[in-house]
Ligand binder design. Structure first.
Ligand SMILES: [Zn+2]
Length: 353
């Protein structure tokens, strides 16, 4: 894992102990000018693991861009060993137009590892894979929920891979959702290539949310500490559960929703999730939790049609009552707890009595 060999990205050699800002050419615009990927490479003098941080692979998912910016310009991050490769905007085309996709309407996160002679998406993916993923030992990719939804910060990880499990646990989210990831995703392709990579899914599109920034920057620092790249020990959450099963609670009627739960809430079977009322108030239904679970994600737009997804429930490997006791047991630390911070940071969903 300890790499001492030369590091070269986009033809530029980055010597140990130096920080470089690079503009890596990934494509060309309609005017024929180069389209470049901004990359910051931070190398410690001592050899160690190479870790990449990638954000905005979906161009409208900005929380990760904010997390990487915070890590680059916030509290100092003195690397003791290894290399941190920061890519705050992977999908530069989508980022410019506030959209998830590329101009050819393909999903970059289904196009890895890419190909030299393939589509626009495939060629961009190929450059990123060759220049960023290939020299790395570990990776973290930042995502948010799709438009009109939000996710409580959770790690997505292929737990069958030991290196991935290590990253996932060290990051320190309450929930680790076990999955391989979609075919062609940066995470899955990197793992298959031998670079253990996890995804943080947190918050919503088009925003940099303070609660998500806290979780994300703390998580990266935890991983760096676990890998020995910075001093200190990873902070542990009040609880950490593996989630192997999730389910969506869907609207029964068309109408407007009042939400009764927030992302991260521990809820019990039968507990009201949202009340759905038609505009004249003549039709009404209360959506309840079909099982015990944790609110992993939610709709942010309160208008629904029958069948539309309202609440994404995680079914963890421990009972909510035990998790609630673990939360209560964290002495006076409620305000330090990511779950509490996220709930407080939410303004678009109001909890009703
Ligand atoms: Zn995404």
């Amino acid at each position: 894992m300890a790499r001492s060999r030369q590091l070269k990205i986009g033809g530029v050699v980055i010597p140990p102990g130096e920080t470089r800002d690079l503009r890596l050419k990934v494509s060309e615009s309609y005017t024929g000018d180069a389209v470049v990927l901004p990359v910051r490479v931070i190398r410690a003098a001592r050899p160690g693991p190479n870790l990449f941080l990638a954000a905005a692979v979906h161009g409208d998912e900005l929380n990760g861009t904010g997390i990487i910016r915070e890590l680059m310009f916030g509290d100092p991050l003195p690397l003791r060993k290894g290399t941190l490769i920061c890519v705050p905007v992977v999908n530069v085309f989508g980022f410019e137009s506030h959209t998830r996709y590329l101009p050819d309407r393909r999903d970059l996160n289904r196009s890895f590892p890419g190909s030299e002679r393939g589509s626009l998406a495939g060629r961009i993916a190929r450059v990123i894979f060759r220049e960023i993923v290939a020299p790395c030992d570990f990776g973290i990719d930042f995502h948010t929920a799709a438009v009109r939804h939000t996710n409580f910060p959770n790690i997505r990880a292929d737990l069958a891979r030991p290196g991935v499990r290590r990253l996932a646990e060290a990051f320190g989210c309450e929930m680790i959702v076990s999955s391989q990831g979609p075919k062609g995703s940066l995470r899955r392709s990197a793992c298959e290539r031998g670079c253990p990579t996890v995804v943080l899914e947190a918050g919503e599109v088009w925003k940099v949310e303070p609660g998500v920034l806290d979780v994300g920057t703390r998580g990266v620092r935890n991983v760096l500490a676990d890998l020995g790249m910075v001093a200190g020990k990873p902070e542990k959450p009040a609880y950490q559960v593996t989630v192997r099963k999730t389910m969506w609670v869907r609207a029964e009627l068309g109408g407007l929703l009042r939400f009764h739960v927030s992302p991260g809430d521990l809820i019990e079977r039968g507990q009201p999730i949202a009340t759905n009322i038609s505009v004249f108030g003549d039709a009404r239904s209360v959506l309840t939790a079909p099982v015990d679970g944790i609110v992993l994600g939610m709709l942010t737009l309160p208008a629904v049609k029958p069948g539309e997804p309202v609440c994404h429930l995680a079914l963890p490997d421990r009972r909510p009552a035990a998790l609630r006791r673990a939360l209560a047991g964290r002495r006076a630390g409620a305000d330090d707890h990511p779950a509490t911070k996220i709930s407080k940071a939410r303004t678009t969903m109001r909890r009703l009595p």
